[in-house]
Write a new protein. Structure first.
Length: 251
């Protein structure tokens, strides 16, 4: 590690990753945004799923000021965030075979919808089965993952496959194995993860692409406004009234 401050080192690492994502994933971002726009234009619904800290990026595109109102969180009890006690239970549930199928069977996901699945490693049973089952139902799947894990770790799914193997479009976050950008001689473990920064940026780039794609077709994107801006609630209520049959976080 150089003589620069750790904070500066982290910003430099995060900016470098963001630049790589921008340059190397541009085509996939465009494709993912177009897929979401196609889904909206075709009457489909949008869902996002992530387990553990990967759920942060999923939550960031749901019921979000400036975001698409039709994006719904596909929640799996016990794995969304670290609010479950003990927090380690969430990690254990990601490795449970059959859980994804049970969740999707009781969810509103159906043929013609789109599902964004976020999993940094993409190796656990839950995201792999989620993608497989969703596609079997006729949904399109966008995976956001670090492709490097597939070549440097073993799959925890019986098929030996990873999330990336069951997606219509894959966005590679470029995050290195272990998700820690910094090292220091006086600290025994690498530290300062950047996956949330990069994954959230990738998804917001996709959302921006989707909104612009809809507008290009003459379809007003169903966007939400901040409730802390005058008129925001009235605007949002009109969007909810128009698209209520495709919005599930208000039920």
């Amino acid at each position: 590690m150089s003589d620069s401050k750790p904070a500066d080192q982290f910003f430099d690492a995060a900016i470098a990753l963001l630049q790589r994502a921008r340059d190397e994933e541009a085509e996939n971002i465009e494709a993912a945004g177009t897929l979401l726009a196609d889904t909206v234009a075709g009457g489909g619904r949008l869902f996002a799923f992530g387990a553990g800290h990967s759920s942060l990026a999923a939550q960031d595109v749901v019921y979000r000021a400036g975001g698409l109102a039709l994006m719904n969180l596909l929640a799996v009890p016990g794995v969304v965030g670290v609010d479950v006690m003990p927090a380690t239970l969430g990690s254990a549930l990601e490795r449970v075979d059959g859980l994804a199928g049970a969740v999707l069977d009781s969810s509103p996901l159906r043929d013609g919808d789109a599902l964004v699945i976020i999993s940094l490693s993409g190796r656990n049973a839950l995201p792999v089965e989620m993608a497989m089952k969703a596609r079997a139902l006729g949904a399109r799947v966008i995976g956001v993952t670090s492709v490097a894990y597939a070549s440097e770790t073993s799959s925890r799914h019986a098929s030996g496959t990873y999330l990336k193997d069951h997606c219509d479009i894959v966005l590679d976050s470029k995050i290195a194995i272990g998700d820690a950008e910094l090292t220091l001689d006086t600290i025994p473990a690498p530290f300062a993860p950047a996956s949330t920064v990069v994954t959230a940026a990738l998804l917001q780039a996709v959302m921006a692409t989707a909104a612009a794609s809809l507008a290009e077709r003459g379809i007003e994107p169903p966007l939400l406004r901040s409730g802390n801006v005058d008129g925001g609630h009235d605007w949002n209520n009109k969007v909810f009234d128009k698209y209520g049959d495709r919005i599930f976080y208000r039920q």
